[in-house]
Design a protein around this ligand. Structure first.
Ligand SMILES: Nc1ncnc2c1ncn2[C@@H]1O[C@H](COP(=O)(O)OP(=O)(O)OP(=O)(O)O)[C@@H](O)[C@H]1O
Length: 298
């Protein structure tokens, strides 16, 4: 296990920000930490990276305790904080060299990282001359210099235009091949584009922790809200394709839940005709990952 968090609590003054977080991240996982503003994502990331301490609970990164082995952990961990801390007056290459000195990294590695993050055309510019997307690349490059096993990226795409967003997502995907990554975001599409696991955090608590595939399967549902002219036997509905649940609302009124987002109304219509039922009302409701996120966090 690369990251193991047990019963983590953190308060700022009298605000209880993290309320008993438990999280285990395996090698190679790309975890999307998703939550609305103020949910506690950055605080959790700062604790994982040793930039702040928890009040209660345990954090182990690559089997080392963050409280007693912070420096060794930081050698294997790259961190892009939410406020990407760049020195505007430095040249890109100069800034990366400055960071490389901390870990005694040679020039060859700096060149490799500049190439990997596609910074070559901008490497001789001052940081303040760069676009937001390129500044983000510099932050990611700095986090990658010492070739860490784990990357913690706090909102790496916030504030980027749609093209930069696509480029940074592609870059994260590319560097994720041999890394364990936790990235935070407010955007479900971001998680769908990059991650293989979703952890949703709300008011300092984890309200969902699932693989992306499982979550997509469970959320890609269609609910047919149907009212017949008479009460029916629920067992009669068993032949409907893709039907996974029936939720009676009242006597003649049912929610039929299908594990697909293909429109199922014609199937229900045919079923009604075959069984001499009349449909008084029918509406299809699709549930997406986005809906699920709203449901869980609002
Ligand atoms: N240093 C601090 N001192 C006091 N309160 C803080 C501090 N850092 C964070 N908080 C508060 O803790 C709560 C959680 O903040 P945090 O930045 O962890 O949330 P977040 O999920 O990352 O939010 P966002 O998506 O807006 O960045 C917020 O209410 C915030 O105001």
């Amino acid at each position: 296990m690369d990251i193991q968090v047990q019963n983590l609590h953190k308060s700022y003054q009298n605000q209880h920000v993290l309320k008993g977080i438990n999280l285990s991240v395996k090698t190679g996982e790309i975890v999307g930490l998703l939550g609305p503003n103020g949910a506690g994502k950055s605080t959790l990331m700062k604790i994982l990276t040793g930039f702040t301490t928890a009040d209660e609970g345990e954090v182990h990164v690559i089997d080392k305790n963050i409280n007693t082995d912070k420096l060794n952990i930081q050698k294997q961990l790259g961190y892009l904080p939410e406020q990407n801390p760049l020195y505007d007056e430095m040249y890109v290459r100069e800034f990366l060299k400055f960071n490389a000195n901390i870990f005694k990294i040679n020039n060859q590695r700096i060149k490799e990282v500049i190439k990997l993050t596609q910074l070559t055309p901008e490497a001789n510019k001052k940081i303040h001359q760069l676009s937001k997307g390129y500044k983000q690349r510099v932050g990611i490059a700095a986090a990658l210099l010492h070739d860490p096993k784990i990357l913690i990226l706090d909102e790496p795409t916030t504030g980027l235009d749609p093209n930069q967003l696509v480029e940074i997502r592609a870059l994260i995907k590319k560097i994720s091949i041999d890394k364990t990554i936790i990235l935070s975001t407010h955007i479900m599409q971001e998680v769908e584009a990059i991650c293989n696991r979703v952890v949703i955090i709300k008011k300092g608590e984890i309200v969902k922790d699932q693989s992306l595939t499982d979550l997509q399967q469970s959320s890609n549902q269609q609910i047919i809200d149907v009212e017949f002219n008479t009460e029916i036997e629920i067992s009669q509905l068993k032949d409907l394709n893709h039907l996974i649940d029936v939720k009676p609302q009242n006597k003649n009124h049912y929610y039929l839940v299908f594990d697909t987002i293909e429109d199922q109304r014609s199937q229900v219509f045919d079923y009604a005709a075959e069984h001499n039922l009349k449909i008084l009302n029918m509406t299809a409701i699709n549930q997406s990952l986005e809906d699920l996120f709203h449901e869980l966090t609002s």
